[in-house]
Design a binder for this molecule. Structure first.
Ligand code: UT7
Length: 315
């Protein structure tokens, strides 16, 4: 994984908007987040995370035949961030594309890569979730600016003899699209003086409605993926939820009968990094020794779209 070095604490936010460290910690669990310096792009963070994942897998960039970057904040509308990462890594043999599933990006991209690997079409896939959301946050809106951070997580995926991905679940509901969106910059509201004046280039969210839907949908998805994999919560060693809000994670765990001791969280230090979130958490859970060879892991995500989904895997 790769995160910018600059830390933005709750105390820093107290000086920017009408909020308190106590409110942010008790309502979200977040204590600090990383913010990219001006000029640092999503493909910068993605390239570093991808390079580290390749090193750990013992692969050369030329060995890759698939490279997916999940992001909502590509360097530019086109070309895709994945093409920029390809060039930076020297992954000349990979086919590259971006995947847009907001905070479900890591999970959706892993499931997508798995399909290509399962058909035998590709052998070595690099999946990266990366965001520089800080440029799209309204730093005067206390209901959103306290939540998000920048970062990237990556993993290499390849066919395995045993274990690997046991079951997956991917869902979307476009009828709830208005709960979380960024209106400006696309074909509906191309950039203009008017779009900037109307502050359309910032993320907008109905937090309370997203909260309720996130809890319900992630709990359903976790239960479904465990059933499909033939696993009970007792047989799962580690749960890697999307790192949006500690209270959401607690409620999902409660409704899915998952004990909190098995749930990995790092949102305290990074906030919600959207498409990077699950892969950054997976990385830190492995580094912390919370996931070892043969362990059963369940990842679950929820994001704009709305999108949600899960993966059950044997590490
Ligand atoms: O990754 C997927 C996308 N995002 C999420 O999963 C986030 C989902 N939503 C949430 O995490 C929560 O809804 C929030 C953390 C955004 C908000 O927490 P909440 O408990 O749902 O609060 P609320 O929106 O119902 O607001 C409660 C009060 C309001 O004041 P009034 O109207 O009761 O007087 C807000 O104005 O808290 C106020 N408030 C704040 N107060 C201090 C909202 N933001 C802040 C703040 N500091 N930063």
């Amino acid at each position: 994984m790769c995160v910018p070095s600059k830390v933005l604490t709750n105390a820093d936010l107290e000086k920017m908007v009408d909020t308190t460290d106590e409110w942010i910690r008790t309502r979200t669990g977040i204590q600090e987040r990383r913010i990219a310096e001006p000029g640092t792009t999503t493909s910068d963070l993605a390239t570093e995370a991808g390079r580290e994942a390749l090193g750990q897998a013992g692969l050369k960039p030329q060995d890759l035949d698939l490279l997916i970057v999940a992001t909502t904040t590509p360097d530019m509308l086109f070309p895709s961030a994945s093409c920029l990462v390809q060039q930076r890594l020297g992954a000349a043999n990979a086919v590259c594309f971006d995947l847009s599933a907001a905070c479900s990006g890591s999970v959706f991209a892993m499931v997508t890569a798995q399909q290509y690997l399962a058909t035998g079409r590709y052998r070595n896939a690099l999946v990266i979730g990366a965001e520089v959301l800080s440029g799209f946050i309204d730093w005067t809106d206390r209901s959103t600016c306290i939540l998000f951070g920048d970062g990237a997580g990556a993993c290499v995926m390849a066919p395995v003899e045993r274990g690997g991905i046991l079951a997956t679940d991917m869902r979307t509901d476009g009828s709830a699209a208005e709960l979380l969106y960024m209106a400006g910059g696309g074909s509906k509201h191309p950039p203009s003086h008017e779009s900037v004046d109307q502050r359309l280039h910032f993320l907008r969210m109905n937090g309370a409605e997203v909260f309720k839907m996130a809890v319900r949908r992630m709990a359903e998805s976790v239960k479904r993926v465990m059933a499909d994999a033939g696993l009970t919560p007792e047989q799962v060693n580690c749960f890697i939820p999307h790192q949006a809000n500690h209270r959401i994670i607690e409620s999902v765990a409660k409704f899915a009968d998952v004990p909190m001791e098995k749930v990995f969280e790092n949102l305290q230090r990074y906030g919600n990094t959207s498409a990077a979130s699950n892969l950054m958490a997976l990385y830190e859970a492995v580094k912390a020794g919370r996931i070892n060879t043969g362990d059963r892991v369940v990842m679950v995500a929820f994001g704009a779209g709305m999108t949600w989904g899960s993966i059950a895997l044997e590490w």
